[in-house]
Design a protein around this ligand. Structure first.
Ligand SMILES: *Cc1c(COP(=O)(O)O)cnc(C)c1O
Length: 364
């Protein structure tokens, strides 16, 4: 079997990132749940979280938890996508806690717990405007919190949480998180005790942790991208993440053709392979390289980041990537390997593509 395309993963660099994020959050009294869904729960990587101070391992897919446990990874595990009714039995069986927003699911969790002779923790999600999961009606949320506390025999109300910057692109600000704390304190008044967890989001909350403006009562975050890539917040928000490795992952692919060609297509323009009309700039004849991987491996060609800054990504079809190598034309030949950095938009595809081989550098 061919060795390429290949994803090189450096577990030492991953561990460094987890340790640093856990340390920085720890300075503010914040526990970190390490979120593994960004790399599709590849077990060799998930294992590394057990060597660190993460308080739990989180993911949106129960399959990844089951696989991790089978490989000997230790929990606690948290289900961070609000559960499907049809997977509640498995979630109770395999996860210590889950994020929730529906009474009917909470009832089903309690039933499953009774059946399995177990207890399960829940964190109730508040939607503060990002418009994905969570209670919109805060009175309803407070009422359900009381219901879980007093009526569900085997379910433990562990706390509240929110998610920002996933669908609605809403920024995590101290003011938004104060709203979450207000809800938490209303719930605490009702149930007569302190909540254990106030979970203030994911990577998009890291900037206000680093600058110290995160509200004091936030004591839990669920961090995926900010650990595994530490790239998106730096590029999109200008947050200094230079103390983390941006190169835990290196995507490598092989050059299969190198030729001088026109930069503007020749003939009548119609649709490309994905039903779109491409945009092409006429820059005359230029040297291009064709590389053996494509959109099925990374989805978004314009989100690939070339390590060699003299290489430009022109576009891709399902199995071909087209590069402009005019600026480094003498350095690249057929059979050479080109390297790319990944961002969140591309890594979720690269780690789920069965074409891409893994090459894992173990902890030393
Ligand atoms: C994916 C996810 C996270 C982690 O997000 P990152 O941006 O990768 O840190 C946290 N919480 C929930 C509910 C998620 O779905």
């Amino acid at each position: 079997m061919s060795k390429f395309p290949r994803l090189e993963i450096d577990l030492n660099k991953l561990k460094h990132n987890i340790d640093k994020v856990v340390e920085k959050c720890g300075e503010r009294g914040i526990f970190v749940s390490g979120v593994i869904k960004g790399f599709n729960g590849i077990v060799d990587l998930t294992k590394v979280y057990n060597l660190t101070g993460c308080s739990s391992i989180g993911t949106s897919r129960i399959e990844q938890v089951i696989e991790a446990k089978a490989a000997g990874v230790k929990g606690p595990f948290s289900m961070i996508r609000v559960p499907m009714l049809s997977e509640v039995d498995e979630i109770v069986k395999h996860c210590e806690f889950s994020l929730n927003s529906e009474k009917v699911v909470l009832d089903a969790i309690n039933e499953a717990c009774i059946k399995q002779g177990k207890r399960h923790g829940v964190v109730l999600m508040a939607d503060l405007g990002d418009l994905r999961e969570g209670f919109w009606d805060k009175e309803e949320m407070i009422k359900i919190a009381g219901y879980v506390e007093n009526q569900l025999s085997n379910v433990d109300l562990r706390g509240v949480g929110t998610n920002l910057g996933c669908y609605g692109s809403i920024k995590a600000t101290p003011e938004k998180l104060e709203e979450l704390i207000e809800i938490a304190e209303e719930i605490e008044k009702g149930i007569g005790r302190q909540l254990e967890i106030i979970s203030g989001g994911g990577t998009t909350t890291l900037p206000i942790v680093f600058d110290g403006t995160v509200p004091k009562r936030i004591n839990h975050l669920r961090i995926g991208e900010g650990i595994i890539l530490a790239y998106d917040m730096m590029i999109q928000f200008g947050v200094d993440m230079s103390f983390l490795n941006q190169d835990v992952f290196t995507l490598q692919a092989e050059v299969i053709e190198v030729k001088d060609k026109p930069s503007y297509p020749v003939g009548e323009l119609s649709f490309d392979a994905f039903g779109q009309v491409g945009e092409y700039e006429d820059r005359g004849i230029r040297r291009r390289a064709l590389v053996a991987l494509g959109k099925v491996d990374f989805a978004y060609a314009d989100m690939l980041i070339t390590r060699n800054k003299n290489i430009e990504v022109l576009g891709a079809s399902s199995d071909h990537l087209i590069l402009d190598i005019e600026k480094c034309k003498d350095d690249i030949a057929v059979g050479d390997i080109v390297e790319f950095d990944l961002c969140y938009a591309t890594i979720v595809f690269a780690t789920s593509s069965k074409n891409i081989k893994l090459s894992i550098k173990d902890i030393n």
